[in-house]
Design a protein around this ligand. Structure first.
Ligand SMILES: [Zn+2]
Length: 467
């Protein structure tokens, strides 16, 4: 630290730089200690894209204590230190000395324990993600390099040749539900011992038990799942500068598209199609403590009826199981499992009460999805209807001390990458599908094109779940 800060500070900037570092580090220290998250560039992106309500879920007395004791208090001490004014020559000489001796110390330690360090860091790769403050400083640089520094975004069009091959008289009506933080192993449809899908199981749904996500955060997964890129090819920059499946459908000129969002936003996916924010009482008519997912269904009948004879794709982006305040994600009537964790300090709650709150929120999603199906059933005679539900990523609920989500993919547990997914088809729209196969977010691009019978060079039949 001495070496690093010796390089970048001088007598005029040192206080400002140290105080900024301390304050930011006290923040990141809180989130790293309490939720075991990592402050990487994806996490910085999540922070930048988060709205106030979401971040309020994360605030607590403990956070204030962290900031006061680890940030504000040392900052006051630093501010009190008197900096003596030496001549440039003396300053320069001292600076060189500090840098030289700290570097020397680093080298001595490194070489005398080199054998230990090489194997230690090879065995414990994730350790560097937990160094505070160097890792968040690196991450901000990484984020800027990936995001701000990329110049004007020129969006590359894809699928301009999209054409719909009309094989039937009935138009198609597809509702795509993007879920939030739903891990597969907490669906009773996947064998979870608690009943968390009481309503869905009564419907003629097809459960997909083996679906893996593209990323471990909303900001990564949502643009990735709608993009043409597979998980190993996808990057934020590629995603934002290439059109997605909604654009391809739009190019066909035959699909009416609508994105309704009760999460944060579409993460860039719906930039070129109609978008409606449902997080506010101005649009959402079902709001109490917060606006509810089912509010997104209000008015859809009118929307569909106005577009008689046309193919329609409606995307609904849920608030779902957004953590850590799972207990806020449902109304009283879904509080089936008790006692529930009532705080955002997850590590203070028992494992059981966290699971209870999380599973109650799942019951709410179960209800929401069954309402989507009920809505679609009204169009059984006039449309070819279908619903696709996929969660954006999973969630850690305290296993191995991990909470929430957002770990780098290679070290993320199954709980964060193995997601809930369900499909449903109307009675004159039955499809062949092998639910026992492993699917992933990679399949969504081609599956949506396939559902609308879109012919285009960018469609890969072998990636279509319903081929
Ligand atoms: Zn998410």
């Amino acid at each position: 630290m001495v070496f690093l800060f010796g390089l970048i500070t001088n007598r005029y900037t040192i206080k400002a730089i140290l105080i900024t570092t301390l304050l930011t580090s006290s923040f990141s220290s809180y989130f790293m200690n309490c939720y075991h998250v990592i402050i990487d560039s994806d996490m910085i992106r999540n922070t930048m894209q988060t709205n106030i309500e979401e971040s309020c879920d994360l605030y607590s007395i403990k956070l204030i204590l962290y900031i006061l004791l680890l940030g504000v208090l040392p900052s006051i001490l630093i501010n009190k230190i008197k900096i003596t004014n030496n001549s440039f020559k003396v300053e320069f000489y001292q600076k060189i000395k500090t840098i030289f001796f700290s570097l020397l110390l680093i080298l001595i330690i490194l070489f005398s324990f080199s054998k230990f360090y090489t194997s230690f860091f090879r065995e414990h790769k994730p350790l560097r993600y937990y160094t505070n403050p160097t890792y968040w400083i690196y991450s901000i640089g990484d984020y800027i390099a990936k995001t701000l520094n990329s110049g004007d975004v020129v969006v590359k069009p894809i699928g301009l040749d999209a054409k719909i091959n009309k094989t039937t008289k009935e138009p198609k009506l597809v509702i795509m539900v993007v879920g939030e933080a739903v891990r597969a192993d907490h669906f009773s449809l996947n064998g979870y011992t608690r009943e968390t899908n009481p309503l869905l199981k009564q419907e003629n749904i097809i459960n997909l038990p083996y679906v893996s996500s593209c990323g471990t955060s909303t900001a990564h997964s949502v643009p990735c799942m709608f993009s043409i890129f597979d998980r190993d090819k996808y990057s934020y920059k590629k995603g934002i500068s290439t059109e997605n499946v909604l654009d391809v459908l739009h190019h066909s000129n035959q699909v009416e598209i609508l994105w309704r969002d009760n999460n944060s936003n579409s993460k860039g996916v719906a930039l070129r199609v109609p978008f409606e924010n449902y997080k506010t009482e101005k649009t959402n008519t079902i709001c109490d403590e917060e606006c509810r997912d089912e509010g997104m269904l209000v008015g859809l009948d009118e929307y569909i009826k106005k577009r008689k004879g046309k193919d329609i794709l409606i995307v609904l982006h849920q608030m779902g199981n957004h953590g850590p305040a799972y207990n806020k994600r449902y109304t009283k009537k879904f509080e089936n499992f008790t006692p529930v964790c009532q705080t955002n300090q997850l590590e203070e709650c028992s494992q059981e009460s966290i699971n209870n709150a999380y599973d109650n929120a799942l019951l709410h999603t179960d209800y929401f999805l069954s309402e989507v199906i009920h809505l679609l059933k009204n169009y059984d005679e006039t449309h070819k209807t279908s619903m696709i539900y996929m969660s954006d990523h999973g969630e850690s609920l305290g296993e191995h001390g991990l909470y929430l989500h957002g770990l780098p993919y290679f070290m993320a547990p199954d709980a964060q990458t193995h997601v809930g997914a369900v499909v449903w088809f109307g009675k004159n729209n039955q499809k062949n599908i092998d639910p026992t196969k492993e699917y992933s977010h990679d399949n969504l691009f081609h599956t949506l094109l396939g559902l609308f019978n879109v012919e285009t060079k960018v469609y890969k039949k072998e990636m279509d779940i319903f081929r």
